[in-house]
Design a protein around this ligand. Sequence first.
Ligand SMILES: [Fe+2]
Ligand SMILES: [Fe+2]
Length: 143
Amino acid sequence: MRPHPRIVGFLGRALSHEFLAVQQYLVQSRLCALWGWKDWAESFAQESREELTHAGLLSDQLLRYGIAPSAGTLRPSRPGRDLREMLEQDREIEWSAVELYAEAQLACERLRDESSAALFAMLLEDERGHLTHLDELLVGLGG
Ligand SMILES: [Fe+2]
Ligand SMILES: [Fe+2]
């Protein structure tokens, strides 16, 4: 099936977004490791791996359509200067993922591309989970 150009556009934007998240969490993980915060380093590394899995799923979908996946130019990472700032920066990234994937899912449904709609629905659920997780961590920090 030849995908609608709007869907190809959403898949490309989503892929860039996932690589941005991979980079963000990876940098935070390395920073925490440098500061000697082993548990946080592992926690951010785990997030980075999850986002990489998402990037893989989006790449699969583009490849199915005969399109070579390309993330384009990534915005610089914003790791934050302390834990609260880190989590707040991540929250911003997860929130924009939720907005993007909700819009993408709707567009795919309207254009009757069921497999892309299902992929965006799955990603949307995961990113909402990430957002909830970050909210819990921020509440745990207090203030
Ligand atoms: Fe993701
Ligand atoms: Fe995420």
